[in-house]
Design a protein around this ligand. Structure first.
Ligand SMILES: C[S@@+](CC[C@H](N)C(=O)[O-])C[C@H]1O[C@@H](n2cnc3c(N)ncnc32)[C@H](O)[C@@H]1O
Length: 204
Protein backbone atom coordinates (compact mmCIF):
# COMPACT_ATOMS: atom_id res chain seq x y z
CA UNK A 1 0.00 0.00 0.00
CA UNK A 2 1.36 3.46 -0.88
CA UNK A 3 1.45 6.18 1.74
CA UNK A 4 0.78 9.68 0.45
CA UNK A 5 2.93 12.35 2.06
CA UNK A 6 1.07 15.58 1.61
CA UNK A 7 2.27 18.93 2.89
CA UNK A 8 -0.67 20.78 4.43
CA UNK A 9 -0.61 24.55 3.90
CA UNK A 10 -1.55 26.93 6.70
CA UNK A 11 -5.13 26.99 7.99
CA UNK A 12 -5.42 30.47 6.45
CA UNK A 13 -4.43 29.19 2.99
CA UNK A 14 -6.83 26.25 3.40
CA UNK A 15 -9.72 28.60 4.23
CA UNK A 16 -8.83 31.06 1.46
CA UNK A 17 -8.64 28.44 -1.28
CA UNK A 18 -11.35 26.02 -0.07
CA UNK A 19 -14.11 27.43 -2.31
CA UNK A 20 -12.39 29.14 -5.24
CA UNK A 21 -13.86 32.06 -7.13
CA UNK A 22 -14.88 31.79 -10.75
CA UNK A 23 -13.58 34.11 -13.47
CA UNK A 24 -16.53 36.52 -13.21
CA UNK A 25 -16.04 37.08 -9.48
CA UNK A 26 -12.31 37.48 -10.16
CA UNK A 27 -13.14 40.15 -12.74
CA UNK A 28 -15.37 41.96 -10.22
CA UNK A 29 -12.52 41.74 -7.70
CA UNK A 30 -10.05 43.21 -10.17
CA UNK A 31 -12.38 46.12 -10.91
CA UNK A 32 -12.83 46.73 -7.18
CA UNK A 33 -9.10 47.03 -6.71
CA UNK A 34 -8.89 49.40 -9.70
CA UNK A 35 -11.44 51.77 -8.15
CA UNK A 36 -9.90 51.49 -4.67
CA UNK A 37 -12.45 49.20 -2.98
CA UNK A 38 -11.84 46.17 -0.80
CA UNK A 39 -14.28 43.43 -1.83
CA UNK A 40 -15.16 40.47 0.38
CA UNK A 41 -12.67 37.58 0.46
CA UNK A 42 -13.68 34.38 -1.38
CA UNK A 43 -14.24 32.64 1.99
CA UNK A 44 -16.71 35.37 2.97
CA UNK A 45 -18.41 34.99 -0.40
CA UNK A 46 -18.76 31.26 0.16
CA UNK A 47 -20.26 31.91 3.62
CA UNK A 48 -22.77 34.37 2.12
CA UNK A 49 -23.77 31.88 -0.56
CA UNK A 50 -24.18 29.19 2.09
CA UNK A 51 -26.30 31.45 4.36
CA UNK A 52 -28.51 32.56 1.46
CA UNK A 53 -29.02 28.92 0.55
CA UNK A 54 -29.66 27.85 4.16
CA UNK A 55 -32.48 30.37 4.57
CA UNK A 56 -33.78 29.71 1.03
CA UNK A 57 -33.49 33.44 0.56
CA UNK A 58 -35.99 35.00 -1.82
CA UNK A 59 -35.49 38.62 -0.73
CA UNK A 60 -32.04 39.90 0.24
CA UNK A 61 -30.79 43.42 1.00
CA UNK A 62 -27.14 44.29 0.46
CA UNK A 63 -25.67 47.58 1.71
CA UNK A 64 -22.44 48.26 -0.22
CA UNK A 65 -22.77 46.90 -3.76
CA UNK A 66 -19.22 47.82 -4.72
CA UNK A 67 -18.35 46.18 -8.04
CA UNK A 68 -20.48 43.14 -7.23
CA UNK A 69 -18.25 40.48 -5.66
CA UNK A 70 -20.50 39.83 -2.64
CA UNK A 71 -23.63 40.31 -4.77
CA UNK A 72 -22.55 37.52 -7.12
CA UNK A 73 -22.11 35.11 -4.20
CA UNK A 74 -25.45 36.11 -2.67
CA UNK A 75 -27.30 35.66 -5.98
CA UNK A 76 -25.75 32.21 -6.38
CA UNK A 77 -27.09 31.11 -2.98
CA UNK A 78 -30.57 32.61 -3.31
CA UNK A 79 -33.61 30.92 -4.77
CA UNK A 80 -33.79 31.06 -8.55
CA UNK A 81 -36.73 33.49 -8.30
CA UNK A 82 -35.09 35.60 -5.58
CA UNK A 83 -34.38 39.32 -5.83
CA UNK A 84 -31.26 41.02 -4.47
CA UNK A 85 -31.87 44.63 -3.46
CA UNK A 86 -28.42 46.19 -3.46
CA UNK A 87 -27.66 49.74 -2.34
CA UNK A 88 -24.60 51.92 -2.92
CA UNK A 89 -24.04 55.66 -3.01
CA UNK A 90 -21.68 55.30 -6.01
CA UNK A 91 -23.48 54.64 -9.29
CA UNK A 92 -20.17 54.00 -11.06
CA UNK A 93 -19.48 50.99 -8.81
CA UNK A 94 -23.00 49.72 -9.42
CA UNK A 95 -22.65 50.05 -13.20
CA UNK A 96 -19.79 47.54 -13.06
CA UNK A 97 -21.69 45.24 -10.68
CA UNK A 98 -24.76 45.25 -12.91
CA UNK A 99 -22.65 44.26 -15.93
CA UNK A 100 -21.06 41.37 -14.05
CA UNK A 101 -24.43 40.12 -12.75
CA UNK A 102 -25.57 39.97 -16.39
CA UNK A 103 -22.35 38.23 -17.48
CA UNK A 104 -22.92 35.67 -14.73
CA UNK A 105 -26.31 34.88 -16.27
CA UNK A 106 -28.64 36.70 -13.86
CA UNK A 107 -31.52 38.51 -15.53
CA UNK A 108 -31.98 42.21 -14.73
CA UNK A 109 -35.06 41.34 -12.68
CA UNK A 110 -32.92 39.41 -10.17
CA UNK A 111 -31.11 42.55 -8.95
CA UNK A 112 -32.82 45.75 -7.82
CA UNK A 113 -29.92 48.17 -7.85
CA UNK A 114 -30.62 51.35 -5.86
CA UNK A 115 -28.23 54.30 -5.83
CA UNK A 116 -28.23 56.39 -2.67
CA UNK A 117 -27.13 56.64 0.92
CA UNK A 118 -28.32 53.51 2.67
CA UNK A 119 -29.90 55.34 5.60
CA UNK A 120 -32.03 57.31 3.16
CA UNK A 121 -33.00 54.24 1.08
CA UNK A 122 -33.75 51.72 3.86
CA UNK A 123 -36.86 53.54 5.20
CA UNK A 124 -38.48 52.91 1.78
CA UNK A 125 -38.13 49.10 2.10
CA UNK A 126 -40.98 46.98 3.51
CA UNK A 127 -41.12 45.76 7.12
CA UNK A 128 -40.54 42.03 7.74
CA UNK A 129 -40.10 41.34 4.03
CA UNK A 130 -36.47 40.17 3.87
CA UNK A 131 -34.72 36.86 4.57
CA UNK A 132 -31.14 38.11 4.70
CA UNK A 133 -29.36 41.46 5.01
CA UNK A 134 -25.65 41.85 4.25
CA UNK A 135 -23.83 45.02 5.27
CA UNK A 136 -20.41 45.96 3.85
CA UNK A 137 -20.15 49.73 4.18
CA UNK A 138 -19.12 52.39 6.70
CA UNK A 139 -18.82 50.83 10.21
CA UNK A 140 -19.81 54.09 11.90
CA UNK A 141 -23.32 53.53 10.52
CA UNK A 142 -23.58 49.84 11.52
CA UNK A 143 -25.67 50.54 14.66
CA UNK A 144 -28.26 52.31 12.53
CA UNK A 145 -28.16 49.46 10.00
CA UNK A 146 -28.88 46.97 12.80
CA UNK A 147 -31.96 49.00 13.80
CA UNK A 148 -33.09 48.86 10.17
CA UNK A 149 -32.37 45.11 10.00
CA UNK A 150 -34.57 44.47 13.06
CA UNK A 151 -37.43 46.12 11.16
CA UNK A 152 -36.81 44.68 7.69
CA UNK A 153 -36.08 41.01 8.51
CA UNK A 154 -38.76 38.37 8.92
CA UNK A 155 -38.54 36.31 12.14
CA UNK A 156 -35.74 33.79 11.51
CA UNK A 157 -34.07 36.13 9.04
CA UNK A 158 -30.32 36.73 9.24
CA UNK A 159 -28.21 39.89 9.30
CA UNK A 160 -24.49 39.75 8.48
CA UNK A 161 -22.13 42.68 9.15
CA UNK A 162 -18.73 42.59 7.44
CA UNK A 163 -15.59 44.19 8.90
CA UNK A 164 -16.23 43.63 12.60
CA UNK A 165 -12.73 42.27 13.29
CA UNK A 166 -11.09 45.46 12.12
CA UNK A 167 -8.12 46.74 14.06
CA UNK A 168 -8.56 50.16 12.49
CA UNK A 169 -9.94 53.34 13.97
CA UNK A 170 -13.49 51.96 14.15
CA UNK A 171 -12.53 49.07 16.44
CA UNK A 172 -14.36 50.43 19.51
CA UNK A 173 -17.44 51.36 17.48
CA UNK A 174 -17.87 47.86 16.05
CA UNK A 175 -17.02 46.06 19.29
CA UNK A 176 -19.52 48.14 21.29
CA UNK A 177 -22.12 47.28 18.67
CA UNK A 178 -21.22 43.57 18.76
CA UNK A 179 -21.70 43.50 22.55
CA UNK A 180 -25.00 45.36 22.24
CA UNK A 181 -26.24 42.80 19.68
CA UNK A 182 -25.07 39.93 21.92
CA UNK A 183 -27.02 41.37 24.88
CA UNK A 184 -30.21 42.10 22.90
CA UNK A 185 -32.86 39.35 23.03
CA UNK A 186 -33.85 40.22 19.46
CA UNK A 187 -30.74 38.48 18.14
CA UNK A 188 -28.95 35.11 18.26
CA UNK A 189 -25.43 36.21 17.25
CA UNK A 190 -22.11 34.61 16.31
CA UNK A 191 -18.76 36.08 15.32
CA UNK A 192 -17.22 34.37 12.28
CA UNK A 193 -13.50 35.08 11.72
CA UNK A 194 -13.61 35.08 7.92
CA UNK A 195 -12.22 37.90 5.82
CA UNK A 196 -12.44 41.14 7.80
CA UNK A 197 -14.74 39.40 10.28
CA UNK A 198 -18.47 38.72 10.17
CA UNK A 199 -21.05 39.35 12.86
CA UNK A 200 -24.02 37.19 11.91
CA UNK A 201 -27.24 37.20 13.88
CA UNK A 202 -30.61 35.50 13.51
CA UNK A 203 -33.68 37.59 14.34
CA UNK A 204 -35.90 35.93 16.97
C1 LIG B 1 -16.13 47.66 0.70
S1 LIG B 1 -17.09 48.29 -0.60
C2 LIG B 1 -18.27 47.00 -0.91
C3 LIG B 1 -17.68 45.81 -1.58
C4 LIG B 1 -18.70 44.79 -2.02
N1 LIG B 1 -19.53 44.33 -0.91
C5 LIG B 1 -18.00 43.60 -2.67
O1 LIG B 1 -17.69 42.61 -1.97
O2 LIG B 1 -17.73 43.70 -3.87
C6 LIG B 1 -18.11 49.44 0.24
C7 LIG B 1 -19.14 50.11 -0.65
O3 LIG B 1 -20.10 50.71 0.21
C8 LIG B 1 -20.46 51.95 -0.32
N2 LIG B 1 -20.96 52.71 0.83
C9 LIG B 1 -20.27 53.07 1.94
N3 LIG B 1 -21.08 53.69 2.82
C10 LIG B 1 -22.31 53.74 2.24
C11 LIG B 1 -23.57 54.25 2.62
N4 LIG B 1 -23.73 54.87 3.79
N5 LIG B 1 -24.61 54.13 1.79
C12 LIG B 1 -24.47 53.51 0.59
N6 LIG B 1 -23.30 53.00 0.15
C13 LIG B 1 -22.23 53.11 0.96
C14 LIG B 1 -19.21 52.48 -1.00
O4 LIG B 1 -19.55 53.38 -2.04
C15 LIG B 1 -18.59 51.20 -1.53
O5 LIG B 1 -18.95 50.95 -2.87
Amino acid sequence: MTTLHRQPGSAGDFIASFVPEDVIAQTARGLAVEVGLQPVAPAVGAALRMLAGACAAKAVVEIGTGTGVSGLWLLRGMRADGVLTTIDRESEHQRMARRLFTEAGFSASRARVITGRALEVLPRLADGAYDLIFVDADPTEYAAFMDAAARLLRPGGVVVLHGVLTSGRDVFTVRDLAYAVRDDDTWQPALLPLGEGLLAAVKS
